[in-house]
Design a protein around this ligand. Structure first.
Ligand code: HEM
Length: 507
C-alpha cells in the first residue's frame, strides 16, 4: 500500500471540514458501506466524508485495525473515505474469506491511481479475477516461479550472498558496525533484478534505483484513491504527477532492456534464461485468443520486483533483529548451522536441506512480522455472508494477517519469539492453517514463496555461519528498537546496525 498513507490520513482529517462542504454541495453523499444491504458487520463510529479514517490516524494500520477489532469483533465494516471496507481479523474470518468464499473474494480492488499506473496493461498482482489473470498467474506458477526456475537462479543468489558476506567481512576486519538493513536489501534487490533481466544489462544499477523509487509511490490508499469521485482530492495530490513521471522513465528503461534481450536471443549469444527471456519466448508461443502483449510483460516484470524484493529483505531484517534480541535462539541456530556445515568454508544451498531449526526461526519471524501485515486487499465480486454478516458486492476486503498471527486462543504467549512452537504444532504457512497466513491463502495466495524463501534461507544461514553478532556500543539485547515503520512492507523503523565478528575457531 502507499508509503504515504499516514500523511494522507492526517491530511484527510484536516481536509474533512472543507471537503464536507465542497463535496456535499457538488454531489450526493457517498453510500455508507453496503448501504441497502442486510446485516452488516459492526464497526466504530464514523465521521461524515472521511468515514472511519480518523480511527487509523497516528498508528500503523495493522495495529490500529487490531485494536478496533478487539472492540468491534473479528469482522468489521468500515468506510475509508468513500471506500466500503470489511476487515477480517481472526483465523475463522480469514478462512471464510479465503477458503469458503474464495471465488467471491478472488479479485483485487483497482484504485484510480493503480489504473493510472497500469493503464490497462494487466499483470498479476492487481489484475481483476478473470481469464487474463488466470493465464498470467499460470505463467508465474509454471514458468517464472516454479521450483525448477528458482533452482536455476541458485548461482546468482550464491554470488550475491558472497557479495553481502564480503561487505560484512570488511566491517568485521575493521571492528566497525555494518548497516545490515541496507546490505540485505541490496542483496535481495540485486539478486532479484539479475533473475528478472539477467546480469548483462549495463544500466542495471540505475534500473534498480528506479524500481526502488517506484515502490515508494505504489498507489492504493492515496487521497485520490480514498475519494475517487472528488476532483479536489486529485488536484491536491502529488501522486498522479509522480506516477506519470515514473511511468515515463520506467518505460524507456524497459524498452531498452527488451530490445537488448531480443537482439541477444536472435544472435544466439546467451544460453542462461532470465525471467524476461522466458516471457519473450512465451510471447511467441501462447495462443492468439489471449496474446501475451509486451505491455503485459512489462507489468509482470514490475510485479516480480515489487512483490519479490522488499518482502524477502524485510523478512531477513526481522529475523536478524529477533535473533539479536533472543541470544538463546541465536546460539541454537548458529550451533545448528555450524554443525551442519562443519569442514566447509562456504554456505551453499545444497547444504541447507539438513537444517531443521533455521526454518523454524524463519517461520516464527513470518508469524510475528509478516512483511505484508494486511496481505493485499481483495474485492468482493458477489455479495455473500461471512461469519453470519452480509458483505455487499464491491466491498474492499482486508485480512489482518499480523493480528491473526498473534490471535489469542490460537497462539500461546503470542508476542514471544519462540521458534520451538512450530516443532510442537507443525503449523505451516502454505495456506491451509488460517492462523498463520503471511503468504495469504486461496487462489490469490503468493506464487513466489519458494523464490522468496530461497533468498532468506541462504543469507540467514551464511550470516550465522560466518559471523558472531553484537549490538553496537555495548547495547543490551532488550534495548534493540523493534518499532515498525510504515511502508509498502513493514520494516524496522531504525536500520539494523550491528557489529560482526569472525568467530574464533574452536576447531
Ligand atoms: C517472504 C517473501 C514473500 C512474502 C511474505 C509474500 C507475501 C505475499 C502476500 C501476502 C501476497 C497476497 C496474497 C493474497 O492475497 O492472499 C502475495 C502475492 C503475490 N506475491 Fe508474494 N510474497 C513474498 C515473496 C514473493 C516473491 C519473491 C515473488 C516473486 C518474485 C512474489 C510474487 C507475488 C505475486 C505475483 C503475488 C500476486 C498473486 C496474485 O494476485 O495472484 N512474492 N505475496
Amino acid at each position: 500500500m502507499a508509503a504515504d498513507l499516514p500523511v494522507y490520513l492526517l491530511l484527510a482529517v484536516l481536509l474533512a471540514i472543507p471537503l464536507v462542504l465542497f463535496i456535499a454541495r457538488t454531489r450526493p453523499a457517498p453510500r455508507s458501506p453496503g448501504a441497502g444491504a442486510g446485516r452488516l458487520p459492526p464497526g466504530p463510529w464514523a465521521l461524515p466524508v472521511i468515514g472511519h479514517l480518523h480511527h487509523l490516524a497516528g498508528a500503523l494500520p495493522h495495529r490500529a485495525l487490531r485494536d478496533l477489532a478487539r472492540r468491534h469483533g473479528p469482522l468489521m465494516a468500515l468506510r475509508l473515505g468513500e471506500l466500503p471496507v470489511a476487515v477480517a481479523s481472526s483465523p475463522d474470518a480469514a478462512r471464510e474469506v479465503m477458503r469458503t468464499h474464495d471465488a467471491a473474494f478472488a479479485s483485487r480492488p483497482l484504485s484510480p491511481m493503480q489504473e493510472l499506473a497500469y493503464q490497462g496493461a494487466e499483470g498479476v498482482i492487481f489484475a481483476p479475477y478473470g481469464e487474463g489473470w488466470r493465464r498470467l498467474r499460470s505463467i508465474c506458477t509454471l514458468e517464472l516461479l516454479s521450483a525448477r526456475r528458482v533452482q536455476s537462479f541458485r548461482a546468482v543468489r550464491e554470488d550475491e550472498a558472497g557479495r553481502l558476506l564480503r561487505a560484512v567481512a570488511a566491517a568485521a576486519a575493521a571492528a566497525a558496525p555494518v548497516n545490515l538493513s541496507e546490505r540485505v536489501a541490496a542483496y535481495v534487490a540485486d539478486s532479484t533484478v539479475r533473475a528478472i533481466i539477467g546480469s548483462r544489462f549495463e544500466h542495471r544499477d540505475a534500473y534498480l534505483r528506479m524500481l526502488q523509487e517506484g515502490l515508494k509511490i505504489v498507489p492504493g490508499m492515496t487521497l485520490p484513491d480514498l475519494f475517487p469521485s472528488s476532483h479536489l482530492a486529485r488536484l491536491l495530490s502529488r501522486v498522479p504527477a509522480q506516477i506519470e513521471g515514473h511511468r515515463r522513465g520506467m518505460r524507456q528503461f524497459i524498452d531498452t532492456i527488451i530490445a537488448e534481450h531480443r537482439e541477444s536471443r536472435a544472435s544466439g549469444n546467451d544460453n542462461d534464461e532470465d525471467l524476461l527471456d522466458v516471457l519473450l519466448r512465451l510471447q511467441k508461443e501462447v495462443d492468439s485468443q489471449y496474446p501475451l502483449t509486451t505491455e503485459n510483460i512489462k507489468t509482470v516484470m514490475l510485479d516480480m520486483f515489487g512483490a519479490g524484493s522488499e518482502t524477502s529483505a524485510t523478512t531477513l531484517q526481522w529475523a536478524m533483529a529477533e535473533l539479536l534480541r533472543n541470544p538463546r535462539v541465536m546460539r541454537k541456530a548458529q550451533d545448528e548451522v555450524r554443525r551442519a556445515l562443519a569442514g566447509h568454508d562456504k554456505v551453499t544451498e545444497d547444504k541447507l536441506a539438513s537444517l531443521h531449526y533455521l526454518p523454524l526461526v524463519i517461520k516464527e519471524t513470518l508469524r510475528l512480522h509478516p512483511p505484508a501485515p494486511l496481505l493485499l486487499p481483495r474485492r468482493c465480486g458477489s455479495a455473500c455472508r461471512v461469519l453470519g454478516f452480509d458483505i455487499p458486492e464491491g466491498t474492499m476486503v482486508i485480512v489482518n494477517a499480523w493480528a491473526i498471527g498473534r490471535y489469542p486462543g490460537h497462539w500461546d504467549r503470542p508476542d514471544e519469539f519462540s521458534p520451538e512452537r512450530f516443532e510442537e504444532s507443525g503449523r505451516d504457512f502454505r495456506g491451509t492453517d488460517f492462523e498463520f497466513i503471511p503468504f495469504g491463502a486461496g487462489r490469490r495466495m503468493c506464487p513466489g514463496m519458494a523464490f522468496g524463501l530461497a533468498h532468506v534461507e541462504l543469507a540467514l544461514a551464511a550470516l550465522l555461519f560466518h559471523f558472531d553478532w553484537e549490538l553496537p556500543g555495548g547495547m543490551a539485547a532488550e534495548e534493540l528498537d523493534m518499532t515498525e515503520a510504515f511502508g509498502v512492507t513493514t520494516q524496522l523503523r531504525s536500520d539494523l546496525v550491528v557489529v560482526p565478528r569472525v568467530p574464533v575457531s574452536t576447531g
